[in-house]
Design a protein around this ligand. Sequence first.
Ligand code: ASP
Length: 467
Amino acid sequence: MKQLSVIDSLQHVGQEIELQGWIDSKRDHKKVIFIDLRDRTAKIQAVGDESLRVLSPEDVVKVTGLIKERPERLINPNISTGTIEMEIKSFEILNTAQTPPIPLDTEGYDIEEELRLKYRYLDLRRKRMAETIQLRSDYIYALRQELNSRSFTEVETPMLTKSTKEGARDFLVPSRLQPGKFYALPQSPQQYKQLLMVAGVERYFQFARCIRDEDLRADRGFEHTQLDLEMSFVNREDVMNTVEEMVKGAVKSVGGTLQQEKFPVYDYADAIKQFGEDKFDLRTEEEKKNGVLAFAWVINFPFFKKVDAADKAEVADGKSGWTFTHNPFSMPLPEHLDWHMKGEHIDQIMTTQYDLVCNGFEAGGGSIRAHKPEILEATYKIMGYTAEETQASVGHMLEAFKYGTPPHGGIALGIDRHVMVLKNERSLKEAIAFPMSSSGKTAVMDAPSHVDERQLKELGIEVTEQG
Ligand code: ASP
């Protein structure tokens, strides 16, 4: 195993050590040749004789050499090992590299997306991307610590499941053993996390992959990562406060700067009046440049909205012409529960939903849930479901709620978005190791792709039209 990282060389001045990594660059001064040796921790300048001429950028090497203090005038303040260099005694090439098809020593924003994603494993070597991957890991670690210190329990939920109604289309997975039947990939763990509340878990979390067949936009893929959590015996403010404290703690521990210590709370109607939308940006121009994070809450959303006729998923959900704005499993505000149960003043019923916004993006959303079967039934009735249709859709939830279900609520935070704003990036794709291209193609691997006739046969599937 590699014993020392490049950054460790600072502790070994005057000693001969072995380092392994990539050739970041080479400068040929005829009799002496300089290379910069790079690993995930740092770069170090190394100097040797003409034998280094065979090396090319991105070759992987093992070098042994003496770590020396640099004379004052040769100190390079731009790299973390700028006070030292290595005098190479010997080296071994572990693997040679062809010239990379994309430049790696730039920020990379100007390279065509398809090319960056085709060679994502190279694109991720770029300093900016390597930093983001590390930041993402550090942020998730910090959130996990916040959750653990508040006695949350991590639970995994199935990936092969049934339609979960988050307002998008499902990705379907055909069943081989029951031809003609399908699983759906989860749009979120919503129903399972609520079932965990019925089970008595009380405080659940999961870093969950959510898969939604939405119309692609430049900045959206089919899958995203949520920090999904749910709590029992709480009200709206309890969840908001817990989440706010956790997010603040995690943001600070990765060096993020918050605009406000207490996140301001806006009424949905006021936000629309003031900003024209419910995802607003509270930062000044100066704060935008400095990567400050301006979080805020939005509450008091309408529970229902008129179905958008152009949205097929909405049309399917809202049989009466009404569908949910956020989440069908939400509880209405207590003062509107009576209307809800009677199906009156539908346009005025407000939900307990809370959205967390940050820098103009939706950074999370959740609600207190309808934990009694009759309230969930009333929601589906307003959407025009018959008793049988409601039973077919959420009968398992109605059944579960009959066995002593604590009042509960939760939230899901969009981790990709959080990392994007923490790093002051403009695209979600910059925050994900292997994002999907804007045209829906997977990074590096060429999916979706055709499959064998034999595989289709096994599944009892016949493709009638090929795009
Ligand atoms: N399941 C919801 C979503 O994915 C979030 C929540 O209400 O907890 O948007």
